[in-house]
Write a protein that binds this ligand. Structure first.
Ligand code: ADP
Ligand code: MG
Length: 428
């Protein structure tokens, strides 16, 4: 695992402390969001940010060069300057009516495209060009992303003031008609939940007919219990036609451990008689080099989900980076808080996109000294357990067999399923 960040004296930084990032050879502040870092990590270049749209991580673009063809003109992108969250508050002043007003004192050309979502944001009351620019730049390019994000986060990341933020959230919620609704309406919504087949009938039954959309599913278990294999299989299966158990959608795979293997995708695609080239193309891959980067990739995912018809997000693994980076710092609370926020970013995505499934993996600690009898305690502790909506514990069976146990699901009975990992992927 890449150890990406250290402070000047070689110790691990705490939140708010500056550290030298070995990935981009620059200084960052732990816990803050830096697009330059994202762009470096995604494309291996410095200062390409002015050419690159945030979230534009396509598999086929992974060898991005100076070649302009990689950035088609009709793609949205934003010019990037050195931007520090929270620095722009002084732009925001009140006019004589006591209303917030943003002055556009940055001489930046605004090129944000004309998507429907951006258009809806533009039409919110009080949104001028400067406010819009800040929102888009911080990734809030739809009503949903504004309505579902806590005000403090919008403020920190966009640099907008609290009054403006509160107004924007209220207006977005009104436009989206968010508020109380009847149980019948909730049922209408749940009736539309779709499912992705795992490839194993037994496992599908355990999940009530496959992995459902609109929620976060945590797969946890020891090393080699099939978490990564199952995640690979779902990236293939989500692409299947609906009648074959898919969602006719694409997948976004965030790999924190370097265990994503296209070879396995090819084998699994061939096992289903699919064109493996197409299947690979439809999986957007992002390698997260450290926990900040991992958090950032998910924060940037909203546009990508819409543009690339993403129906499944995999984060494999959810807390590996956090565990290694926060070790011995006596800042467990910090760690849990950051993981919690990250998990809520994921949950929020499933609110915004009801047709989206999120799979996170979590390796349990099996060392006897940290393991007090209960094999179903995941490494992230209670935070992860409470934030996830469905939790499944995996363990080894005989040979290629694996056993999945439903631990925690609001509407599914506890139970177990046996499945196999074969050359062609997951089956019974
Ligand atoms: P983890 O839970 O640590 O993510 P993995 O999902 O990587 O575990 O599972 C690893 C297991 O998957 C291996 O031990 C092996 O049993 C099985 N596996 C991996 N590749 C293949 C393959 N090509 N053919 C059959 N089984 C495989
Ligand atoms: Mg794994």
């Amino acid at each position: 695992m890449a150890k990406a960040s250290e402070t000047s004296n070689g110790s691990q930084p705490t939140i708010g402390e500056p550290y030298y990032c070995q990935e981009c050879k620059r200084n960052h502040t732990k816990g803050k969001i830096y697009k330059e870092h994202l762009n470096f990590a995604k494309f291996g270049v410095e200062d390409k940010s002015s050419d690159i749209e945030a979230g534009d991580t396509q598999l086929e673009d992974s060898n991005v060069t100076e070649d302009e063809e990689s950035f088609p003109e009709d793609e949205e992108y934003l010019p990037e300057d050195e931007y520090l969250p929270g620095e722009m508050d002084e732009d925001e002043v009140q006019n004589e009516n006591g209303e917030d007003e943003d002055f556009d004192n940055e001489d930046l050309p605004l090129n944000i495209g004309e998507s429907e979502c951006v258009d809806a944001v533009k039409k919110l009351p009080g949104v001028g060009e400067a406010t819009l620019k800040k929102l888009i730049k911080a990734g809030f390019s739809s009503l949903e992303s504004i309505a579902y994000t806590p005000p403090s986060i919008i403020q920190e990341e966009s640099g907008l003031g609290d009054k403006t933020t509160a107004k924007l959230i209220k207006a977005s919620m009104e436009k989206l008609d968010i508020g109380f609704k009847s149980a019948e309406a909730v049922w209408e919504h749940r009736k539309n939940i779709a499912r992705i087949t795992t490839g194993s009938q037994e496992l599908d039954n355990l999940f009530g007919g496959g992995i459902e959309t609109g929620c976060v599913i945590e797969l946890f278990g020891e090393f080699r219990t099939g978490k990564t294999q199952l995640a690979h299989q779902l990236c293939v299966n989500v692409q299947l036609p609906k009648e074959d158990g898919g969602l006719e959608g694409n997948a976004l795979y965030i790999d924190t451990e370097g265990t994503f293997r296209p070879e396995r995708i090819i084998q699994m695609a061939e096992g289903l008689d699919l064109d493996h080239k197409k299947v690979l193309k439809n999986i957007v891959f992002g390698r997260a080099y450290n926990s900040d980067h991992q958090v950032l990739l998910i924060k940037e995912a909203t546009n990508l989900i819409r543009e690339k018809n993403i129906k499944l997000i995999v984060v494999d693994s959810l807390i590996g980076h956090f565990r290694s980076e926060y070790v011995g710092r006596g800042t467990l609370a910090n760690r849990q808080q950051t993981i919690n926020a990250h998990l809520h970013d994921l949950l929020r995505l499933t609110d915004i996109f009801p047709e989206l499934s999120v799979i996170v993996t979590n390796q349990v600690q099996s060392k006897p000294d940290v393991f007090y009898g209960n094999p179903t305690v995941a490494a992230g502790g209670n935070i992860v357990a409470h934030g996830s909506t469905i939790r499944v514990y995996l363990r080894k069976g005989k040979g290629e067999q694996r056993v999945a146990k439903m631990i925690d699901a609001p509407h599914l009975p506890e139970g177990e399923a046996v499945f196999s990992i074969t050359e062609n992927g997951i089956n019974d």
